[in-house]
Structure formats: C-alpha cells, structure tokens
Design a protein around this ligand. Structure first.
Ligand code: MN3
Length: 203
C-alpha cells in the first residue's frame, strides 16, 4: 500500500501572519510531497510495503536511512498539519491539562520547556510533546526527521504535538529568527487535536 500526501485541511494563508502562505504551499506541496514519494520508493517491494506508518517507525532499522528520513518526514508533517489546523482550535483543558500541570506545573511552564527544546535543537529537527500510556507527558526534541516513535529517539513516548524547526518551515518569513517562529507557533496550536491524540495514547 503506497502512502499518499494527506490533504492540508485548510487554506495556505489560514495561519497568517504567524505562518505565511508561501511557506505553507512549499512546505506541504514540495517538502512533504517529497518525503511521501521517497518513502514509497524506499519501501516498494520490501516487507515494509504493507505496513502502516506507525508500525514502520516503531520497528525501524535505524540504519535504513531512506525509510528513517522519509518515513519520519511523512509522519512528522502529517502530525504537524493536524496540530496547526486553524479550525476549532479549542483551549488546553481536561485530562491533558491535568497531565501538563502534573509534569510541568502549568501550561506556561510546558510551553517554555517546549520552546526551549525547539530553540536549542541545533540544525534541523523537531520539538515534541509526548504522551505515555500511564498518562504522563514529556517534552523532548530530535534531529532531522527522527521522532520518538523510532527506537532510542527522544523521550520515547507517542508524539501528540510537534513543531518543525527546519529552516524550510520558517525562513521565508522569519529568516534566522527561529525564536520568533517558535513563539508564533503557540498562536496556531489546535489544542482539540492535541487532546484527541493524548486520549488515543492513554485510552
Ligand atoms: Mn518540514
């Protein structure tokens, strides 16, 4: 089963001024599309070809760089579009807010820690809020297109919120000002989606 580029789910300009339309158009149509195409090429004819993406990443041979980079890129961006979807964003509440309060003290402290992870990730990579089956949550970051579903990467839980800090995610609008882009991210988070993903992990 070949993977297909997921729909963005909203207009390219829907996140302006926080994330600009041109960046969204290139990011989805070129970068994410490229990961998808290359992932399909990398798994074609192998025993990964009939697996879902989560199974592929959890069981990944980390020396398989084509699947690591492109499978990660496919999954990470699919999650990213969902957690910045501008429709029905909601606000952080319920069981996830309780878990955040328990782990970090409050929502602001979690956002500070997440922002620090995003800002201090050297070079290209991602910042993550991850959930564990026991309900606990953690912040971590990972390089390149790695993510915490992969063996030995980051905090080892299931990512429920991710921020792409590759330059292709912000350079047109923010140039070298990654901290401004990271701050802007919290204006576009869809907390309903993050909460839904948390509930799916905790069950
Ligand atoms: Mn990207």
């Amino acid at each position: 089963m070949a993977f297909t580029l997921p729909e963005l789910g909203f207009a390219f300009d829907a996140l302006e001024p926080h994330i600009d339309a041109k960046t969204m158009e290139i990011h989805h149509g070129k970068h994410h599309n490229g990961y998808t195409t290359k992932l399909n090429a990398a798994i074609e004819g192998t025993d990964l070809a009939d697996k879902d993406i989560v199974s592929i990443l959890k069981g990944l041979d980390m020396t398989n760089m084509a699947v690591r980079n492109n499978g990660g890129g496919f999954y990470n961006h699919s999650l990213f579009w969902a957690v910045i979807n501008p429709n029905d964003r909601g606000r952080l509440s319920g069981p996830l807010l309780e878990a955040v309060n328990k782990a970090f003290g409050d929502k602001e402290a979690m956002m500070d820690k997440f922002s620090a992870a995003a800002k201090t990730r050297f070079g290209s990579g991602w910042a993550w809020l991850c959930a564990h089956k026991d309900g606990s949550v953690e912040v971590c970051s990972s390089p390149n297109q790695d993510n915490p579903l992969m063996p030995g990467v980051g905090c080892g839980g299931t990512p429920i919120m991710g921020l792409d800090v590759w330059e292709h995610a912000y350079y047109l609008n923010y140039q070298n000002r990654r901290p401004d882009y990271v701050a802007a991210f919290f204006n576009v988070v869809n907390w309903n989606e993050v909460e839904k993903r948390y509930a799916a992990v905790v069950g």
